[in-house]
Design a protein around this ligand. Structure first.
Ligand code: THU
Length: 148
């Protein structure tokens, strides 16, 4: 897709300016978390293949298992807005640097991994961010292509 040339290098690595922006958005999203039970805010910012960014935070529930994680909140916002390919997602948990998506979120992220490149997950290390590939977080994933 033409826009991807502007936001990712051929290797799939993110442009440093875009990575900085995504991390800033994830940190800001964490401030809007609803976390009365865990008091562990998390923010996420997903980058769609057209360059749009969608934010989310964790939103907890008195029925604990109904809590939605920040990553899934961001994915829901992106997909509802029409995005279908998420090139990268930044995750920020202010209380715990390098917080990484839970297993359920890894599977949901995989659903929107671009067809021709991996999704980059940017972990907040309180510096420039640590990029990891979704493939390394969820190897040999089951996804939409398995049902074709
Ligand atoms: N949480 C996220 O939102 N994303 C993660 O990557 C890890 C965990 C949330 C779920 C819950 O609201 C709180 O963090 C503690 O588990």
């Amino acid at each position: 897709m033409e826009e991807q040339g502007q936001i990712t290098h051929p290797s799939g690595e993110l442009d440093p300016d875009v990575q900085r922006e995504l991390l800033a958005r994830a940190r800001s999203a964490a401030q809007r978390a609803y976390v009365p039970y865990s008091n562990f805010p998390v923010g996420a910012a997903g980058l769609a293949s057209d360059g749009s960014i969608y934010d989310g935070s964790n939103i907890e529930n008195a029925s604990f298992s109904l809590t939605i994680c920040a990553e899934r909140s961001a994915i829901v916002a992106a997909v509802f807005a029409g995005a279908r390919e998420i090139v990268a997602i930044a995750v920020s948990a202010p209380k715990m640097p390098l917080t990484s998506p839970c297993g359920a979120c890894r599977q949901v992220l995989n659903e929107f991994r671009p067809a021709n490149q991996d999704m980059m997950v940017i972990l907040d290390d309180e510096s420039a961010g640590e990029p990891v590939r979704l493939e390394s977080l969820l190897p040999r994933a089951f996804g939409p292509r398995n049902l074709e």
